[in-house]
Design a protein around this ligand. Sequence first.
Ligand code: ATP
Length: 374
Amino acid sequence: MIRIDAVTKRYPDGTVAVDRLSLEIPDRAITVLVGPSGCGKTTTLRMINRMVEPSEGSILLDGQDIRQQPVNTLRRSMGYVIQNAGLFQHRTILDNIATVPRLLGWSKQKARERAAELMERVGLDTALAKRYPYQLSGGQQQRVGVARALAADPPVLLMDEPFSAVDPIVRKGLQDELLRIQDELGKTIVFVTHDIDEAIKLGTMVAVLRTGGRLAQFAPPAELLSAPADPFVEDFLGADRGIRRLSFFPSAELELQTAPVVAIDAGAEKLASRGAAPYLLVTDVDGRPLGWGAPDDLTAGEIDRDRLLPYGRPFVPGTDSLRTALDGAVLSPTGWAVAVDGEGRAVGVVSQQVIGEAVRAAHTAGRPDAKAAR
Ligand SMILES: Nc1ncnc2c1ncn2[C@@H]1O[C@H](COP(=O)(O)OP(=O)(O)OP(=O)(O)O)[C@@H](O)[C@H]1O
């Protein structure tokens, strides 16, 4: 655990960047520092690897004051990733990644083997190994930055706005990759961002800082969304807080109906016996949804494939969240969301009303499932 204990940083010009900050950063989890520009995120991160020294207070790593070990030993136990990756422009990708192992005295061959292994781990084609940084896209460079920080297998990873300079689609890919790597490696990650959505997606714990370097709230993302500590945090979280919180509740318990699901080759008899359901979800013969059959067509006793209504975005119960299920229902012209299995076959449908009841239950009782958001 990294324990930040009543730390203040006052720069020589008198600026108080961090003000009596105390945080307990858990092992093997992602802790995000988030807040508006200038609130002291970078200063806090840099105090952890002693690029900046606190004016007051102390930082403990596994119970030991970080000032008690040589700064080089400390930094070797902490990978560091920054915006724009900060790669050595005159070194190949492979040699960039091999930098720290080489400094640690590994042979060239062993360091390069390790670098190649890491390229694969962060989703980089090893065919890029001999290129130079300028020959890579921004997203690829950022992956190299992550690989380089992981090269000596440090237990701690400090990441300062690592994905801020890339476009939203590349950024989502990098975030997903980080979560995947973290599932495999279980590092203690401290991640700085000014983007609250990124904080909510990545953080196991999120520290919201306010200008002046004071802690506004330190909580798991679902708790931030359900119980912001004050108007500043509430404002910083932005709109749609209630809807976004549904990401943390699973859709697995929604009661599905299977009666309104019919295959495209269903006979008139089956269509006539549809009971109270105004629409039927028509699937292909393998069970994959094609669209909703409108009442008039069904009454005529046949399905006209060309007249089916779109079925919105299906959800996978057990994998997707209540938010995805609700989104599916909202997008569907019938107000019913379509549930599918991992192969995309319809397993049932669920009405907006049933989802609404689950949402109410989630808001009043249920504990959010921290994993459902991913
Ligand atoms: N070397 C320095 N000397 C004086 N003031 C500094 C120094 N470095 C940072 N500051 C000030 O300390 C405050 C916190 O800066 P810091 O970079 O930690 O914030 P931040 O939250 O990371 O900001 P951003 O999101 O804009 O990167 C700011 O007011 C900044 O101007």
